[in-house]
Design a binder for this molecule. Structure first.
Ligand SMILES: Nc1ncnc2c1ncn2[C@@H]1O[C@H](COP(=O)(O)OP(=O)(O)OP(=O)(O)O)[C@@H](O)[C@H]1O
Length: 228
């Protein structure tokens, strides 16, 4: 599903964040991206949803060459990619239901389908009972579950999560991982950048370790492998 060939990313300030990465990720895989702070993990995954463009090399997702994709086509690409962040990024004035429905309203889905689909994903993240709450009436873990529900409401084939448990306590982090595993079991590819050694070492998945912008390890059922 994802093919990267000789990808580099040099930021305008001269930092070479990604330095010659080639990798293939198949539909349905669950991949952790690990590595020291500043190694290039976020840059690596940002290029997959065209938040950043590579300086050289090619990235293909489901046959679409992202380096050639016109700016106006980027929203179509994003419909098939759910993105989850460390800081949730919910809209503070919209209810839980509205935050999730919004992603479908912009693609002009009909209201009955929107309601059905939003309730389905709220059920998956076990938050149906808080549909009318505002984000700041929820705990951090609940907010992250809303942001996960929002990211999958379009039924994307790919979910990208950048440090999704970074702001959460250990117990809540495990809950989030259960939801990710459920989403992955339904066929969605998951790529997750993380510093959470306990999770990586316990829920064994493919591990891509990035160091100084290069792939240092790529293991089928890998370990976190760093002390910090
Ligand atoms: N928008 C930007 N402009 C310039 N330099 C950047 C930008 N974003 C990241 N960098 C630099 O690129 C390098 C890689 O950063 P990146 O955020 O990809 O690392 P990371 O592995 O995700 O780090 P962390 O684990 O701390 O989140 C760092 O040196 C960083 O300072």
């Amino acid at each position: 599903m994802i093919e990267m060939k000789d990808v580099t990313k040099k930021y305008p300030n001269g930092v070479l964040a990604v330095n010659g990465i080639s990798v293939n990720i198949k539909q349905g895989e669950f991949v952790y991206v690990v590595g020291p702070s500043g190694a290039g993990k976020s840059t690596f995954i940002k290029m997959m949803y065209r938040e950043e463009k590579p300086s050289s090399g090619s990235i293909t997702i489901n046959g679409i060459d992202l380096t050639k994709l016109k700016e106006k086509k980027v929203p179509y690409l994003r419909r098939n990619i759910g993105v989850v962040f460390q800081d949730f990024k919910l809209l503070p004035r919209l209810s839980v239901f509205e935050n999730i429905a919004y992603a479908l309203e912009v693609i002009e889905e009909n209201p009955r389908n929107i309601k059905k689909r939003v309730l389905e994903v709220l059920d998956l993240v076990r938050l149906k009972h808080k549909a009318r709450f505002l984000p700041d009436e929820l705990s951090g873990g609940e907010q992250q579950r809303v942001s996960i529900a929002r990211s999958i409401v379009n039924s994307p084939g790919l979910m990208i999560a950048d440090e999704p448990t970074g702001n959460l306590d250990p117990e809540t982090s495990w809950e989030i991982m259960n939801i990710f595993e459920e989403i992955n079991n339904r066929g969605t590819t998951i790529i997750m950048a993380t510093h959470n050694r306990e999770i990586v070492n316990k829920i064994k998945k493919r591990v891509i370790a990035i160091e100084s912008g290069k792939i240092a390890r790529d293991e089928v059922r890998g370990e976190y492998g760093y002390e910090i």
